[in-house]
Write a protein that binds this ligand. Structure first.
Ligand SMILES: CC(C)(COP(=O)(O)OP(=O)(O)OC[C@H]1O[C@@H](n2cnc3c(N)ncnc32)[C@H](O)[C@@H]1OP(=O)(O)O)[C@@H](O)C(=O)NCCC(=O)NCCS
Length: 121
């Protein structure tokens, strides 16, 4: 079992959006993630939580954003009752196959935190 964790300042994500606009969002998040976050009252808390999960998954894998990977290869989707799950795309999907990945997200006023556990790695 491998674990990864990351904490992200909500303002940092919001400032990047104010500076670089949609281009920034589309570089990091899938269309579905962007739609979900903008549907939330505190959109940037949800963006920050997703960003934290993407980094937490990389930490659990023990890799960085090396060539060939995109942040969009790690996608967070919320199930009907709100529980977040990870969907892998691209090279990461090939690499990890059907390994079970569990995540959890929390936000406070200023920070979002993401935790990831990957089984049988
Ligand atoms: C799920 C719940 C625990 C989230 O806690 P919270 O303190 O409101 O919010 P947090 O900032 O810690 O966490 C928010 C994240 O929890 C995750 N989450 C939401 N519903 C979830 C669920 N059913 N299971 C697991 N995770 C969930 C989401 O990832 C969410 O962030 P996102 O929408 O950006 O993806 C809470 O909303 C809830 O439903 N609690 C049930 C008990 C209850 O109703 N209590 C209220 C009276 S005390």
């Amino acid at each position: 079992m491998n674990i990864g964790i990351d904490i992200v300042e909500v303002k940092r994500i919001e400032n990047l959006y104010r500076k670089f606009g949609e281009k920034f969002l589309h570089r990091i998040f899938t269309d579905e993630e962007i739609n979900y976050c903008f549907s939330r009252k505190n959109s940037f808390h949800s963006f920050a939580g997703r960003f934290a999960i993407k980094e937490a998954v990389l930490k659990a894998l023990g890799i960085g954003m090396t060539s060939g990977f995109s942040f969009k290869d790690i996608e967070v989707v919320n199930l009907e009752k709100g529980k977040p799950v990870v969907i892998l795309n691209g090279k990461l999907k090939e690499m990890l196959g059907n390994r079970k990945i569990e995540i959890s997200i929390s936000h406070s006023d200023n920070y979002a935190i993401g935790v990831c556990i990957i089984h049988n790695l």
